[in-house]
Design a protein around this ligand. Structure first.
Ligand SMILES: Nc1ncnc2c1ncn2[C@@H]1O[C@H](COP(=O)(O)OP(=O)(O)OP(=O)(O)O)[C@@H](O)[C@H]1O
Ligand SMILES: [Mg+2]
Length: 240
């Protein structure tokens, strides 16, 4: 049986007169790995920022584990709410003037980070280094370590493989698969990398023109007859 973790109903988000999300509804289930796919600029990152409570929305509701609508939360309720999530941002977003150890302390104070580093395939001798001393792939791993260290209820990964070469991207996809399957953590991954979807997505939501245009089992995505989805998967530009 699937247990509902996050319910999103009729969500609307605009910037000035530009509507980004329009009447968007989506259910997210416990212990499942959901991939959110869609063209660049379709609002994937904005949607995840709304879900975690980092940006406000104008209409609709987001409910976490049957809580009240997130929109009604006051500041301190929202701060508590945000701590349910571990987030790997699109650019890893490590604090560049802090060492790796300090970046991890920022998420959670611990005496020993060896186990967490081990989980993301990093040696402990990187703790005293600065982010700029690490390769982009290693920075992603640190970002991932920072996201999982506080054992969040939901893991959010925004483009975990963007900007990586195909070999490193494959390693990161494999690592995420191991983590997600081992921990059985509810995971939302924003990506345009179909390899990520095939590697560790259980379900897929395809975002187009502010709505979920297709939702379904990741294994059935290639059987979908929806033209816009087919075009996206095959990298066909509809404008031309
Ligand atoms: N702070 C902002 N002010 C105004 N417009 C914004 C703001 N943030 C995002 N947008 C716009 O909202 C739209 C959706 O942005 P978003 O970053 O969610 O796209 P995305 O699907 O994540 O794209 P990508 O795949 O390139 O990361 C874009 O058109 C973007 O320009
Ligand atoms: Mg984005």
């Amino acid at each position: 049986m699937r247990n509902l973790k996050i319910s999103i109903k009729n969500l609307e988000k605009s910037f000035k007169e530009k509507k980004i999300l329009k009447n968007l509804s989506l259910d997210i289930f416990e212990s499942e790995s959901l991939s959110i796919i869609g063209e660049s600029g379709s609002g994937k990152s904005i949607l995840t920022r709304c879900i975690v409570g980092l940006i406000d929305f104008e209409m609709g509701e987001i409910k976490f584990e049957n809580s009240e609508n997130l929109m009604k939360f006051n500041f301190s309720e929202k701060m508590k709410y945000i701590s349910n999530f571990g987030i790997l941002f699109q650019n890893s977003a490590l604090l560049d003037s802090l060492t790796i150890q300090e970046n991890l302390e920022f998420a959670k104070k611990k005496e020993n980070y060896t186990k967490t580093l081990d989980e993301v395939g990093l040696p402990k001798n990187i703790l005293n280094k600065f982010p700029a001393e690490l390769s982009v792939g290693m920075q992603k791993r640190v970002g991932l370590a920072r996201a999982i260290i506080k054992e969040p209820k939901v893991l959010i990964l925004d483009e975990p493989t963007t900007g990586l070469d195909p070999i490193i991207a494959r390693q990161i996809n494999k690592l995420i698969k191991e983590l997600v399957k081992k921990k059985k953590i509810t995971t939302i991954t924003v990506t345009h990398d179909m390899e990520s979807v095939y590697e560790f997505g259980d379900y897929v939501a395809f975002l187009k023109e502010g709505k979920i245009e297709w939702y379904g089992d990741a294994k059935k995505i290639n059987k979908s007859k929806k033209i816009s989805l087919k075009n996206f998967i095959n990298g066909i530009d509809e404008e031309r």
